[in-house]
Design a protein around this ligand. Structure first.
Ligand code: NAD
Length: 393
């Protein structure tokens, strides 16, 4: 099986889908790798680090894809790039099909077998392939560091000859993979941490990291596959009312709340920001999916009333060495399922392969994506011809 790894083209993306450390694993599974020249540069892996371990380096896309069975990327290709992928090949990446239906159409037309790591079923056998979790780990860690760096006071307590400095109070909203990592990192830096999540399982996880769980008089919200369920606007309004004083008391608030496939829930309003002390910090890790804070803007700092609101944008890419290492390991595990006797032979009876598949052999295989395409279809049809006057009801 032959795998091609292009250089990521999205602005600011430094990760790469294959790193030298995983090449041995791929070769042992009967997989040859070709990388586009400089594909690893953002993650500080020069071309010769790949060639030294048996990979081939291609100068451009046309030679990169010669004989390629599978193209591995971090982010989804653009529509234009998808049009240049070899017809009939497979593509593995964080595709997020709902975000770009035009891309799904092009992949279908070109009979590309697209497999999206963000659709991976959350079952124990798939844990080593769970790229959402590996990248969320990086994001949560970085989020806590950014909060500490933006805060104009210490995270840890200090007892010095000049006086005692109390530890920072950090509030983490959403205690999934990123939230738990943010809690652990803020605790390592010496902050006093409180956290809240709507899922009942999170209470013990929060406590096991030495943080206090914020008890709110709200029913828990458990969805499918370990994720939170979608919450009503009434629930969220009540949550904001109850969490207000926790937010006002915190020096730093790190928000990570998300519902798969939906806009991030609004947890911190402008009014709540105005009630915070000047110098406080909000790090909104959900800024790219609408934001947990009403005032956050992805990719920049907004300062309101002395409160800095940092809207995160692709934080995983800001730690490209380890983010790429973990992602490349996730990909290598998934590729292991595709290859039999050195050939690309996906078995659709395997729930991991069936679950991650978006398009294959000219068909949209993912049901949710198919529904979105069907819903979008009528909008593209020409307006129906005017009915004759007498036929109108
Ligand atoms: P996510 O990124 O979709 O959401 C982040 C967190 O936000 C979740 O914990 C969610 O409960 C929380 N949230 C949603 N709405 C909220 C609200 N209104 N207020 C507060 N919090 C809110 O989720 P994730 O971090 O990818 O995963 C969530 C959980 O799934 C993990 O903690 C873990 O228990 C489970 N998981 C299981 C597996 C597996 O079994 N293979 C793998 C990874 C994660």
């Amino acid at each position: 099986m032959h795998v091609a790894v292009p250089r990521e083209s999205a602005a600011g993306e430094r990760r790469v889908a294959a790193v030298p450390e995983v090449l041995g694993r791929l070769t042992a599974a009967g997989i040859d790798v070709t990388i586009e020249t400089q594909a690893g540069a953002g993650a500080l892996h020069p071309d010769d680090a790949y060639t030294a371990l048996g990979a081939t380096v291609a100068p451009d896309w046309s030679s990169l894809f010669e004989g390629a069975d599978v193209v591995c990327k971090v982010q989804a290709p653009s529509v234009e790039e998808a049009g240049r992928l070899p017809e009939g090949c497979a593509l593995v990446c964080l595709l997020q099909p709902a975000a770009d239906l035009e891309l799904v159409r092009v992949l279908t037309e070109r009979r590309i077998g697209a497999f999206s790591l963000d659709l991976l079923p959350r079952i124990s056998r798939a844990q080593a392939m769970d790229a959402l979790s590996s990248q969320a780990t990086v994001t949560g860690y970085r989020g806590a560091l950014i909060a500490a760096e933006r805060l104009p006071r210490f995270f840890p307590m200090f007892m010095t000859a000049a006086g005692t400095v109390p530890p920072a109070k950090v509030l983490v909203l959403g205690a999934g993979v990123a939230g738990l990592q943010a809690i652990a990192t803020a605790r390592r830096l010496g902050a006093v941490v409180r956290a809240y999540d709507v899922r009942p399982a999170s209470r013990d996880e929060v406590k096991s990291l030495g943080a206090a769980f914020v008890e709110l008089e709200l029913e828990t919200q458990e969805g499918q596959g370990g994720y939170a369920g979608e919450q009503s606007e009434e629930f969220l309004a009540r949550q904001r009312e109850l969490i207000g004083k926790e937010v006002a008391a915190a020096d730093a608030v790190i928000t990570t709340a998300a519902i798969p496939g939906r806009r991030a829930p609004l947890l911190v309003t402008a009014e709540m920001v105005h009630a915070m002390r000047a110098g406080s910090v909000i790090v909104d890790l959900a800024a790219e999916t609408g934001g947990n804070c009403e005032l956050s803007e992805a990719g920049r700092d907004v300062v309101v009333n002395g409160v800095t609101i940092y809207g995160a944008s692709n934080l995983a890419s800001s730690m490209p060495i380890h983010a790429s290492f973990l992602y490349a390991r996730n990909i290598a595990e998934l590729l292991g399922l595709f290859v039999h006797d050195g050939a690309f032979t996906p078995d659709f009876d395997d729930e991991i392969i069936a679950g991650t598949c978006v398009t294959f052999a000219g068909e949209v295989r993912n049901e949710a994506t198919r529904r979105l395409l069907d819903d979008a279809e009528p909008a593209q049809q020409p307006e129906p011809a005017q009915q004759p006057e007498e036929a109108k009801p």
